[in-house]
Design a protein around this ligand. Structure first.
Ligand SMILES: [Zn+2]
Ligand SMILES: [Zn+2]
Length: 352
């Protein structure tokens, strides 16, 4: 079981939403909650069905950490489900909250760094299977900037023999295996703007700046029933995030940091300069005033001799430029958006 020394601090971070009484590891809380007939988050806080729900499936970076898997954010709008990026472990995190891998309306990509896309073939191919955990009944729908089609074409080539074998076996046994889940549908866009508009859900892509060599790179704003969620993607502090993020309900932002001693190392400096520091993110939050600012994709760098900044360090630096509501995401942190914005430290249905 993972100890959670920052729990007291995390609970104190919320200046809106419920006060969580986290005192130990979340697995213990879930187990204890079930045993006592209560949940870690008060039931009254989830009484009204939210219009939108944001689930941080993975809050990590390329570092293969057990408790922070690859960047991926689920946004539910009514009965629709959308994924933003597909990092390491996406199907596992989805299934932990009871969502089959095949039950997504579309996957949106922010850029092509591998930590944001390595979960894509798993999502695609596992979703095409049955067993309750897959169950895709339509082509795998991926939406992203130019390069998305190449990526999917490459994956099709890489997994051609697996797909052929599964389909051949199905045919040899009276077509007992569905074909449609292996099919793909790619919507590639060359310019920022509205990239999805269906059933009252509008998704707008906007350019961000992840460094001169890392293009394209976009963020997304999702609008539904007068509610709004913004996902920064990977970016330096960026004016478009401020422009599109002004007044949103939830602003999900990346963050990167290293201790001052480590920042003297050129490669570390380069990495951090592709991202947004906590003080810079605080400036973005202050300019946009979201109902809840949320950190994901925590790039906290370390070396053999210099430790990574802690969550407390990140909060402290953010507080030099921002005094509003702030949540430092963990995997499966869930934010419900309705008349109020409610944060669950871990998804109410999560199983560990
Ligand atoms: Zn990146
Ligand atoms: Zn990244």
């Amino acid at each position: 079981m993972r100890s959670n020394p920052t729990a007291g601090l995390l609970a104190s971070l919320f200046s809106t939403g419920p006060r969580l009484s986290l005192t130990r590891g979340r697995r213990l809380i879930c187990a204890a909650g079930l045993a006592l007939g209560v949940l870690a988050t008060p039931l009254t806080a989830v009484a009204a069905e939210p219009d939108m729900r944001v689930v941080l499936l993975g809050t990590g970076s390329p570092v293969p950490l057990m408790d922070r898997w690859g960047p991926s954010t689920l946004v539910e709008a009514g009965s629709h489900r959308f994924l933003f990026d597909a990092g390491r472990g996406v199907p596992v995190r989805l299934w932990q909250i009871g969502i089959p891998t095949g039950a997504l309306d579309a996957v949106f990509l922010t850029h092509f760094h591998s930590d944001h896309t390595v979960g894509l073939p798993d999502l695609w191919l596992t979703g095409a299977l049955g067993g309750g955990f897959g169950e895709r009944k339509a082509p795998f729908h991926v939406i992203g900037p130019v390069g998305t089609q190449d990526l999917i074409d490459g994956l099709k080539k890489a997994y051609a023999s697996d797909i052929k074998a599964r389909l051949d076996e199905g045919k040899a046994n009276g077509n007992v295996k569905p074909v449609i889940g292996f099919e793909t549908k790619v919507d590639e866009f060359a310019a920022a703007g509205v990239v999805y508009d269906q059933d009252g859900v509008k998704v707008t892509a906007f350019d961000v700046n992840h460094g001169d060599e890392i293009k394209p790179a976009v963020g997304y704003r999702i609008d539904y029933k007068g509610r709004s969620v913004l996902i920064s993607g990977d970016t330096r502090k960026n004016d478009n995030v401020i422009k599109y993020g002004r007044g949103v309900d939830v602003l999900v932002h990346e963050v990167a940091s290293a201790k001052p001693d480590l920042m003297r190392v050129p490669i570390i400096k380069l990495i951090v300069h592709h991202h947004t520091t906590p003080a810079e993110a605080g400036e973005v939050f202050t300019a946009t005033r979201p109902k809840m600012a949320v950190y994901t994709h925590l790039v906290l760098l370390s070396s053999k001799t210099i430790p990574a900044p802690s969550v407390e360090d990140v909060v402290q630096e953010t507080r030099t430029t921002y005094a509003g509501p702030l949540t430092v995401g963990e995997d499966l942190t869930t934010i419900d958006v309705g008349d109020t914005v409610t944060v669950h430290r871990v998804h109410p249905a999560a199983k560990w």
